[in-house]
Write a protein of this length. Structure first.
Length: 78
């Protein structure tokens, strides 16, 4: 795969590591994004994280998981 997918991979590779306070939240995004609530985000903000940082890490993890699933599908079909 190339083009936009490669651009996404490159962008993710350059993403800063997440704050340790975000580990369980990001795992929740990865495994069961449908269960993320406003309370989860408020907890991170109370821990001192900015909305921008929360958003960027959330999007990065969601894209990363999407790419992981895309790669798995390509292996099955390949």
């Amino acid at each position: 795969m190339s083009g936009p997918i490669d651009e996404l991979r490159a962008t993710l590779a350059g993403q800063a590591a997440a704050d340790a306070a975000m580990v369980s939240y990001l795992q929740k995004v990865r495994d069961r994004a449908y269960a993320v609530t406003d309370a989860d985000v408020e907890e991170l903000k109370a821990a001192g994280l900015s909305e921008d940082e929360i958003f960027e890490q959330t999007v990065a993890v969601a894209i990363g998981e999407g790419l992981r699933r895309l790669d798995a599908a390509a292996r099955v079909l390949g």
